[in-house]
Write a protein that binds this ligand. Structure first.
Ligand SMILES: *Cc1c(COP(=O)(O)O)cnc(C)c1O
Length: 390
C-alpha cells in the first residue's frame, strides 16, 4: 500500500481523532525508520516514549516471539510465569510491594484512583475521597483519568466528569498544602509534566509534598507513565527525587512497544484490593509481560547511566542551536522552547528526516533509550540545519 491509498482508506474508515503526519511508516530498526518510499527518518519519539529499546530490538523480539510460540494468553484465572517475573522485577527495582497489570496508562491511573479511594474508605469512611492533582497535568483519556487531568481543554463535551478532583498549582507548596483538607485521600503528580510541556517539578517541592502527605496519611501517587522505565535516567523518576510513593502508575515504555500498564502498590496500599475489586481481561498477558521482563532485565545501572549521558549530550548540543530559548526536562525526556512557533519546525524536521513530538508550545524529544551515537548525531545535525535555515 502506498501513502495515498493509506490516507484515502484512513480518511474513509478511521475515526478522525488524530492529526497524523503525512507519512506511512513501514519498517524500523533501532532509532531509524523508513516509509513506503524507502525514505529514512531518525526517530526522536519512540512512539511517544513506548519503544524504549527502539524499533524491533533483536533480543526483545526474541523474548516476545519465544513466548508467543508457547502461550499467548490464558486469563487471570490461572498463573503464568512472565507476569509473575515482570511483577517480581518491578517490585525489586522500585521498592514497591505489589503489582496490578492492565493495558495502558489511563487504565493504570484508573487503578491508582480506585486503590487510593478504597484505602481511605476502609480507614476513614466514604467521605474522604478527594484527590489533589496538579494544574497542567495529564493522566489519560478515560473518564476518571480525564477528570484528574488539570487542563481545562480536556474538561469539555463529555459531562458529567468524575467528581472529587481538586487542582493545585504545580511547584507551589503553600497552594497544595492549603488544599490538603480532611476530605482528601491522595495527591497525584508527574515529576516531569510531559504533555503539559515537559515541565519538571522542583525536588524540594516534591519532597515537601511527600512529607505533608505522610503526616496527614494522604497517599502520594506518582504517574510514571511517561517518566518511568528509564526515560529520565533512573528506572523511575521518583528515585531521583528521594521519595517513595504509595502508588505508582506506569505504562508506555514498560512493554517496549506492546500495550501494558501497571499499578505499583506500596506498604500502605498492598492489601487494599481483594478478589472482585479490580480486574482486566488482557492484564498481565504473557506475551506482553515477556517483553516487559526483557526490558526490566536490560535496564541495569550501566544502561541508566548511558541514558543520563545521552540526555546531557542532547541538552548541551541543542542549547547552543539557533532559535533555542531553553531546553527543559530530565534524562532523555526533553522539551525545547524555540523563539518561533514549533509546529512549522516540526513539519520541516519531518521533511528533512527527523521525527519529533510536540508538547504545548515546545518540541518534545523522547528518543529510544538505546539510540546510537551515530543516530543521535544524525538527528542533531538535521535539527541544527533546520533551525539554522529558518
Ligand atoms: C501517556 C500518558 C498517560 C496515558 O497513557 P495511555 O496509555 O495513552 O492511556 C497517562 N499519564 C501520563 C503522564 C502520560 O504521559
Amino acid at each position: 500500500m502506498d501513502f495515498q491509498t493509506a490516507k484515502q482508506y484512513d480518511d474513509e474508515y478511521i475515526i478522525h481523532s488524530y492529526g497524523r503526519f503525512p507519512v506511512l511508516l513501514t519498517k524500523g530498526k533501532g532509532a531509524t525508520v523508513q516509509d513506503d518510499t524507502g525514505k529514512t527518518y531518525i526517530d526522536f519519539t519512540s512512539g511517544i516514549g513506548v519503544n524504549a529499546l527502539g524499533f524491533c530490538d533483536d533480543n526483545w523480539v526474541q523474548a516476545v516471539s519465544a513466548q508467543l510460540q508457547s502461550l499467548q494468553h490464558t486469563s487471570n484465572l490461572y498463573y503464568t510465569e512472565p507476569c509473575i517475573q515482570a511483577a517480581k522485577l518491578l517490585c525489586e527495582k522500585s521498592g514497591m510491594k505489589k503489582v496490578f497489570f492492565g493495558n495502558s496508562g489511563a487504565e493504570a491511573n484508573e487503578g491508582v484512583i480506585k486503590a487510593a479511594r478504597k484505602y481511605s474508605f476502609l480507614k476513614y469512611g466514604a467521605s474522604r475521597n478527594k484527590i489533589i492533582a496538579l494544574q497542567n497535568s495529564f493522566h489519560g483519556r478515560t473518564m476518571a483519568a480525564l477528570s484528574a487531568t488539570g487542563q481545562d481543554a480536556y474538561h469539555n463535551f463529555f459531562f458529567p466528569f468524575v467528581d472529587g478532583f481538586v487542582f493545585a498549582k504545580a511547584n507551589d507548596f503553600a497552594d497544595i498544602l492549603s488544599k490538603m483538607t480532611d476530605d482528601v485521600c491522595a495527591v497525584i503528580l508527574e515529576t516531569v509534566q510531559g504533555e503539559g510541556g515537559v515541565v519538571p517539578l522542583d525536588k524540594e517541592y516534591v519532597q515537601a509534598v511527600a512529607k505533608a502527605c505522610k503526616e496527614k496519611d494522604i497517599l502520594l501517587i506518582v504517574d510514571e507513565v511517561q517518566t518511568g522505565m528509564g526515560r529520565t535516567g533512573s528506572l523511575f523518576s521518583y528515585q531521583q527525587f528521594g521519595i517513595q510513593p504509595d502508588l505508582v502508575s506506569c505504562a508506555k515504555g514498560l512493554g517496549g512497544g506492546l500495550p501494558i500498564g501497571a499499578v505499583l502498590f506500596g506498604e500502605k496500599t498492598e492489601t487494599v484490593f481483594v478478589p472482585g475489586d479490580h480486574g482486566s481481561t488482557f492484564g498481565g498477558n504473557p506475551v506482553v509481560c515477556a517483553g516487559a521482563v526483557h526490558i526490566l532485565n536490560t535496564m541495569d545501572e550501566a544502561f541508566l547511566q548511558d541514558v543520563q549521558k545521552k540526555g546531557a549530550y542532547l541538552k548541551e548540543k541543542i542549547e547552543k542551536m539557533p532559535h533555542v530559548e531553553n531546553v527543559a526536562g530530565l534524562g532523555m525526556m526533553l522539551g525545547i522552547q524555540l523563539d518561533v512557533e514549533a509546529k512549522p519546525v516540526i513539519n520541516a524536521l519531518l521533511e528533512a528526516g527527523l521525527l519529533v513530538l510536540s508538547a504545548k508550545t515546545k518540541i518534545r524529544l523522547l528518543p529510544p533509550l538505546t539510540i546510537t551515537q551515530e543516530e543521535l548525531d544524525k538527528g542533531l545535525t538535521i535539527l541544527e540545519q533546520t533551525l539554522a535555515s529558518l
